[in-house]
Design a protein around this ligand. Structure first.
Ligand code: AMP
Length: 449
């Protein structure tokens, strides 16, 4: 998964994109980059790690221009190396072009083989680079037409930002898997994966980029076009609500925090239990636990405290104190848990290992009963559209019943939301979600890993 942000028509384009990436850090912590256009050329800086560590004042000074795009990466396809960081920039027959992509293409391997057979030389192992080669291949047509034609060739999920020396283009695939929104501040346009990025620099939300829409900003203003592909249904990713997006964002027209509180309430209504307190697995389980506690009339407590400074890579100091795992990230508050019947709310169980460690930790802290409540259905199928999930064999719910999973994690009870309960909210006319990770009902053909 990744976060993307773009700014058109601001003397501070790079600085605004930097702030936007800061707000979207949760969508990817592996690498980040910014590309800027000043009317003549594109400049770019990419680095590994967190936004705050990559962009120094010196780096920002070297990114002049009135338009810019940026990207935070969370690897789903391609290795964790700098050449896979985005934005990806090329200089081809028609000038400069940069791309920032959120999503995953399902036919990238096949397209890459075809392009390589035709002489294309790839610089990364990312699926996103396929777009660049498809676009560069027909220089006689307009950029808009080449982008539209490339989108006809690719399959899968893509929310995209392109940057030329003097223009910015936003594209969302016809299924609408990943969010993409437009904001405005004065004469400056902003496009971002989530509304929390608009809030940070005081841009007002204008509207979403519609599924299948291509929007171009240049000197003449903003123009919208539609891709010719019209799928029978849309496929907004429901996991954005469950786990991925920030709770202060509005995604697909709904506030994520309120969605998660709703999931918690639904859990309490449909899967109640006798208990003394409700605790979340922070941070992902917090809004759903608040909802559960409110609906059940039980006290909400922070029985687990999260260390917010744990990076993705942690060098374990020595053999004797290895395998910190969850302990490094979460620590129980014994005084709150001791002798209590505890409802623990988390957003999902993937492999089951985190949950098992949490249950063990709560037992050692003195909890009398542990009732796990998961604010989503069991994750049984890998995602091919941009969420990083392991293979089907590694997904515990793919091979274990709820009772077996409960036994594995060592809880007194375990309940998930059902598919029906997941869609407790009113859908808009024609609205359709992708819930393939729970049902295996993939909206497009995929090779199951
Ligand atoms: P597991 O130990 O594999 O069952 O991991 C479950 C935990 O991972 C839950 O606390 C989730 O909040 C979190 N989680 C779910 N999906 C993802 C994802 N795609 N990337 C990272 N963490 C996730």
């Amino acid at each position: 998964m990744c976060g993307i942000v773009g700014v058109y028509n601001s003397e501070e384009a790079a600085n605004l994109v930097y702030l936007g990436l800061y707000a979207l850090q949760h969508r990817g912590q592996e690498s980040a980059g910014i590309a800027t256009g000043d009317g003549k050329q594109i400049r770019q800086f990419r680095g590994m790690g967190l936004v705050a560590d990559i962009f120094s004042e010196d780096v920002m000074k070297k990114l002049p221009g009135h338009c810019a795009i940026g990207h935070t990466r969370y690897a789903t396809s391609g290795e964790t190396v700098l050449c896979n960081a985005q934005p990806f920039v090329m200089n081809y027959a028609k000038g400069w072009l940069a791309i920032a992509h959120n999503g995953n293409l399902t036919n990238a391997t096949k397209l890459r083989k075809e392009l390589e057979a035709g002489g294309s030389i790839f610089q990364s192992s990312m699926d996103s680079e396929v777009f660049m080669h498809l676009i560069a291949n027909e220089p006689e047509r307009s950029l808009k037409d080449r982008i539209i034609s490339a989108c006809q060739d690719v399959e899968g999920a893509y929310s995209l930002l392109f940057l030329g020396e003097d223009l910015m283009i936003a594209v969302r695939d016809p299924y609408g898997w990943r969010p993409l929104v437009i904001g405005k501040k004065g004469d400056t346009y902003v496009v971002a994966s989530e509304t929390c990025a608009l809030d940070l620099f005081g841009a007002t939300f204008e509207r979403a980029v519609e599924p299948g829409e291509v929007i171009i900003w240049n000197k003449e203003g903003m123009k919208s076009y539609m891709l010719p592909t019209k799928p029978a249904r849309r496929a907004q990713c429901v996991f954005e609500y469950i786990y991925f997006a920030r709770p202060d964002s509005d995604v697909f027209g709904r506030n994520v925090y309120q969605m998660r509180v709703g999931y918690g309430k639904e859990l309490a209504k449909k899967h109640p239990t006798k208990a003394d307190i409700v605790i979340p697995v922070p941070d992902s389980g917090v809004p759903a636990a608040i909802g559960y506690a409110a609906e059940a009339g039980l006290p909400f407590q922070m029985g687990l405290i999260r260390n917010h400074y744990v990076g993705r890579t942690f060098i374990e100091p020595q053999q004797s104190i290895r395998n910190f795992g969850v302990k490094l990230k979460l620590n129980p508050v014994r005084e709150i848990l001791k002798d209590k019947r505890v409802v623990v709310v988390d957003d999902s169980i993937v492999r089951g290992t985190t949950c098992k460690k949490i249950v063990g930790m709560l037992r050692r802290a003195g909890a009398k009963e542990i009732h796990m409540r998961i604010s989503a259905p069991p994750t049984k199928w890998p995602c091919y559209y941009g969420i990083d999930t392991p293979t089907r064999e590694e997904l515990i719910a793919a091979s274990h019943s709820i009772e077996e999973t409960c036994k594995f994690i060592g809880a007194d009870s375990l309940e998930y939301l059902t598919e029906d309960e997941l869609f407790w909210f009113d859908k808009k006319p024609g609205e359709w979600f992708c819930d393939a990770c729970f049902t295996g009902n993939y909206p497009t053909p995929v090779d199951i890993k």
